[in-house]
Design a protein around this ligand. Sequence first.
Ligand code: UD1
Ligand code: CA
Length: 462
Amino acid sequence: MTLDVVILAAGKGTRMYSQKPKVLHEIGGQAMLAHVIAAAAALDNPALHVVIGYGADAIKQHFTAQSDTPALHWALQEQQLGTGHAVQQALPGIDTSQTDNLTLVLYGDVPLIKTATLKELLQNAHASSIALLTLETPTPAGLGRIIRDADGKVRAIVEEKDASEDERAITEINSGIMAIPSARLAHWLGRLGNNNKQGEYYLTDIIAMACADGCEVTPLVSTDAMELQGVNDKSQLASLERHYQMNRAQELLKTGVTLRDPARLDIRGELTCGVDVVIDANVIFEGKVVLGNDVQIEANTVIRNAVIGNKAKILFGSNIDGAEIGAGASVGPYARLRPGTVLKDDVKIGNFVETKNAVLGKGSKASHLAYLGDAQIGEGVNIGAGTIICNYDGVNKHKTFIGNNVFVGSNSVLIAPVTLAENAFIAAGSAINTDVPESNLAVGRGKQRNIAGWKRPVKPAK
Ligand code: UD1
Ligand code: CA
């Protein structure tokens, strides 16, 4: 048995009112199509086909740029003539050689479909059975209705636009997802017509054909409307996003993470938490984030691609991107850590401090208002308020080296390349552009003069 998965993604998504192809709109920071691909890729050795049309190049480019995408076969559907026509475009790549081969049809705009559901569905499909995923719903409007006979056997699917009033009253709808014996698929698709209200080649018409050919249609009835929900507009996108985020929050709660408000948390990537992690409201995680034990994240914080050690605290309003933060460190409030920042254990970064490509050794502190860029800073260093590292001369970036136990007085400017050796002491308000030897005091500022009898300027009389 081989499994071919055909994911339909050729539609424009007119009601998204966007330049972007619909399936590239994101849920949890990932294109909807990427969610579907991931759910399908977790099945048993599937060949993945994606039918694209509108924005085909943009879609291909998106996935080619992503290194973790499984192998995909692209099928181009130049004109969107219907779901049946769409599946037909993938046919040349589908293995129809064995009678028990299966083709599973998925949709790039039904992003929350779960692998477990697909596995269950596939169990109902074989050489003489189509497995059809249906949904029992109080709001069937707009969807294809499942027609069953007196014995409860599925006989056909009728699109709402083609349905009679009685048929519209049916509350079991077609999710669109089905698994079909591949060897018979070409034959059924070849017989499709477009003599219906929308003038389209409906995939759904193969159900009645299969029944007529003595092939069984085995439904799997779901009640999880969110899992099968398609996205046609921004409102549906937003509601699936909330549902997805609430699920992610519930997963964290189950493992013992404290969330002050699970409804105000966004995970757009992968988040791993140790024990006794506490996350306050309005925190956004992006990319790959790892939190150790006893980590506390205060409100209104954005954390992207970071590893945060045990007992570290990220205080209110901080923005962390591409940083490694040691155990017991404290960051913020209102700190900005940029890529290449490494804070060793017990480092303290205070308010309005920006770091980039900077390593701070154990116990070092920059408590207020500083810029630390392209710097290698030792242990026990104190960076005074208002210290700025001038790492950029307008053309090149240069490095600054600061040894252990250096004290940089407030409002100093360190002009790179420069080295402050161990134990050096920089007088407040210095501009330092020359290396400072070990244990020296460097005073890099004009001497203060007090001028007695000074008269303030006065306004000229009118
Ligand atoms: C389809 C089903 C309907 C089901 C509903 C569930 C058909 C005829 N109808 O209706 O029974 O209840 O899904 O959401 O199948 N697509 C292409 N190429 C095309 C046409 C569509 O790739 O030529 C893609 C679209 O981008 C979309 C998906 O297929 O992702 C569904 O197409 P759409 O036209 O939205 O079908 P519905 O009218 O929603
Ligand atoms: Ca649709």
